[in-house]
Design a protein around this ligand. Structure first.
Ligand code: UDP
Length: 238
């Protein structure tokens, strides 16, 4: 693709986003930086940016094949990818299949308890407020998303879960939960944006329940790099 990288628009915890010579596209650059607990814990996970870039792109391609519209356009190199320019809907869209993390804490449910059905929850993306939980009615009343957009987001989130759950089951991995983000294109349509990686999903080995995701960093479990590599290896062996 013949576009050039222009000024940086945004630097997040794990990625930088650049404008390009074509206003319809951005270039995303994945970093090795890792943070947890709303930035209280900082670190580096060596090689993470490369794995997350490649893995996200593979997941986006799989989802596109299954009818989910995503921002993915073209991988440029190990760390950089061209994506469609979107306005991010400021929501963390979280699907859970098994209780873990903040859900377990909030409801006093042991980690690992299978949920009767997948659940969907939203948090408002706002670091200063610590990403508070937000319900559908609040989202609409505050103009974060319209009722129609919320319907599309809900449908997209459950579809992503079905496709990913099946894919990961095939490589011996339980998809415990994950976070996605939605973007608005210029024409108002909603597509899947951000990333799908061990930073944003909980993956447990199907046989041993070993954690193969960012919880190894959050909880100081050791073997962080190895966990990212293991997931990536299994995906590539499909
Ligand atoms: N998650 C994320 N970014 C966040 C918060 C959560 O990607 O800022 C992901 C997290 O990796 C997990 C899922 O969303 O796969 C659910 O996370 P949870 O609400 O349990 O929060 P946590 O325990 O990670 O604080």
């Amino acid at each position: 693709m013949n576009i050039s990288k222009l000024q940086q628009r945004y630097e997040g915890k794990a990625k930088k986003v650049f404008a390009t010579s074509d206003p319809s596209y951005y270039i995303v650059e994945y970093k090795d930086d890792a943070t947890a607990f709303n930035g209280l814990k900082h670190g580096t996970i060596s090689g993470k940016g490369i794995i997350n870039n490649k893995m996200s792109n593979m997941m986006f391609k799989l989802l596109e094949k299954n009818g989910v519209k995503t921002h993915f356009v073209e991988q440029l190199n190990d760390r950089e990818t061209v994506v469609k320019a979107v306005e991010i809907v400021p929501l963390e869209i979280i699907i859970r299949n098994v209780a873990a993390g903040s859900f377990s804490k909030r409801y006093g449910v042991e980690e690992g308890r299978e949920l009767i059905c997948p659940t969907l929850e939203f948090s408002l993306k706002n670091d200063a407020l610590n990403d508070p939980l937000i319900n559908d009615s609040h989202i609409i009343a505050l103009g974060v998303a319209t009722e129609k957009e919320l319907g599309e987001i809900r449908e997209m989130a459950y579809k992503v879960n079905e496709v990913l759950k099946k894919f990961f089951a095939g490589i011996g991995v339980k998809l415990i939960d994950f976070k996605i983000e939605a973007g608005r294109l210029k024409d108002g349509s909603i597509i899947l944006a951000d990333e799908i990686s061990p930073d944003t999903c909980r993956f447990w080995d199907a046989k041993t329940n070993e954690k193969l995701d960012k919880d190894r960093f959050r909880r100081d479990l050791g073997g962080v790099e190895e966990a990212y590599q293991e997931i990536f290896k299994r995906i590539n062996n499909v």
